[in-house]
Write a protein that binds this ligand. Structure first.
Ligand code: NAP
Length: 406
């Protein structure tokens, strides 16, 4: 029989081979047990309480690794930072050669105080495939197209990139993402890790019936503080030529998915390249035609019209198909408008959608907008006899509220 001993712990580790460095775990950890360097995400063994809050939000499952360890032998942060792959799992044995048991429980679900993003998909979502390809055996796609979708007269260089998988099996759904592995090595001579991008095309391909998908990628030339940097993956992708081969891993994501039942409504709020999944969902609904009579309402923020990706095609969509609300923050001669301002202006229509159990809400884009958007939704509910806390909780429980901000 296994003997429980107090000096054994179930150490939480992150698999560097699968992790796509999206920062979700570090953001969500309630006790700040997760940190990262330019390469790896690691867990502080003495801080992690195995609450499980980070497990289901992780898009790849890299987070869900546990090792039974004697506390004295726990892997240090330096150990974890040095890994390219997890060490073999060798449970500690007692003197009789039996496996020691950890006392610390692993709780895989933890309710958050504030209703946030759902960790489950809407009930009528299609079943997603995830993690079909990893860093060791990526899929190889061919670039079928690469063109700029922001105006030539603005600084924001956003590209629409089409990747074709030929006869390879790479099934995706709207709202999922992929990882792209840039060629070459980092400053330490190690292979680059994959960067995550949302898929901007519907399940049946950027071109209907083709085995391809598209991405919306902004060329990164400065960091968050405005200091000049050259984004490794974004510059690689934006410079790709037709016919180039690209290493792809994934697909990822099993909750940020769209409902499929007739009459389901999509309330979509995004900024900049956060529009990628909204484009995918909108295009899927457009291709469905009259088969789905649900409403589509989009709030889309950008600095100027020229900086708004896909402005031309978006404006061509029929008004009775999608209700488009643009929020331009730096349009010359106009007051600054953010998506939350436009939400408030359309308060009655937003409230009507929130009242419906057939409405799914998607927020994607800049991290900074999340608080403002949630405040606006709270105020809109209050003004229309709805309790935001109860509404958000129901939406969360039913997989109808999804936030993806970076
Ligand atoms: P951006 O052009 O920098 O910003 C879009 C708009 O959001 C601007 O009008 C900006 O206004 C406004 N904004 C700034 N702070 C705001 C706030 N607190 N509340 C509301 N609006 C605010 O956007 P971007 O560079 O494309 O970035 C989009 C984000 O989406 C990135 O973080 C990206 O990582 C993420 N994302 C990308 C993908 C993808 O597949 N490429 C997928 C998902 C998410 P001002 O600048 O005038 O203040």
């Amino acid at each position: 029989m296994n003997a429980p001993l107090p000096d054994v712990l179930k150490q939480h580790l992150i698999d560097p081979e699968i992790c796509i460095r999206c920062n979700t775990c570090e953001d969500i950890c309630p006790v700040d047990a997760i940190e990262h360097d330019s390469r790896n995400y690691v867990v502080k063994a003495d801080v992690c309480n195995a609450c499980g809050a980070c497990i289901s939000p992780c898009p790849t499952g890299a987070i869900d690794n546990w090792r039974l360890m004697l506390k004295v032998d726990a892997f240090s942060l330096a150990d974890q930072y040095s890994w390219d792959e997890l060490p073999p799992d060798q449970p500690p044995l007692d003197a009789a050669g039996e496996v020691l048991v950890a006392e610390q429980p692993v709780v895989l679900e933890q309710l958050q105080d504030e209703p946030k993003s759902s960790r489950r998909a809407p009930w009528s979502a299609a079943h997603p495939y995830v993690n079909l390809y990893g860093q060791q055996q990526p899929a190889v796609a061919t670039v079928a197209g690469n063109y700029r979708v922001t105006g030539e007269d603005c600084d924001s260089d956003v590209h629409h990139i089409v990747l074709d998988f030929g006869t390879g099996f790479f099934p995706v759904l709207e709202g999922q993402s992929i990882g792209v592995i840039p060629p070459g090595t980092d400053e330490k001579g190690r292979a680059h890790y994959a960067r995550q991008y949302s898929i901007a095309s519907p399940r049946d391909g950027e071109r209907p019936g083709y085995n391809n998908l598209s991405l919306t990628v902004k060329r990164v030339t400065t960091d968050h503080a405005g200091k000049p940097v050259r984004g490794v993956a974004s510059n690689y992708l934006c410079d790709l030529k037709k016919g180039d081969a690209v290493q792809v891993i994934g697909p990822f994501g099993n909750s940020f998915l769209m409902p499929n039942h007739p009459g389901s409504n999509l309330l979509m709020i995004c900024t900049g390249t956060g529009s990628a999944p909204m484009r995918a969902m909108t295009e899927h609904r457009r291709r469905e035609g009259a088969r789905n009579t649900g409403r589509l309402m989009l709030f889309f923020g950008a600095r100027t019209q020229a900086e708004l990706p896909y402005f031309g095609p978006l404006m061509k969509l029929p008004k009775d198909f999608i209700d488009v609300n643009l929020a331009l923050s730096r349009a010359p001669g106009e007051p600054r408008r953010y998506v939350q301002d436009r939400l408030r202006e359309r308060s009655a229509d937003v409230a009507a959608l929130l009242k419906s159990a057939d409405t799914c809400l998607y927020v994607c884009g800049l991290r900074g907008m999340e608080a403002g958007v949630l405040d606006a939704l709270r105020d809109i509910c209050a003004a229309h006899g709805l309790d935001w806390g109860a509404t958000a909780q129901a939406m969360q429980a039913e997989g109808r509220i999804h936030l993806e901000t970076y």
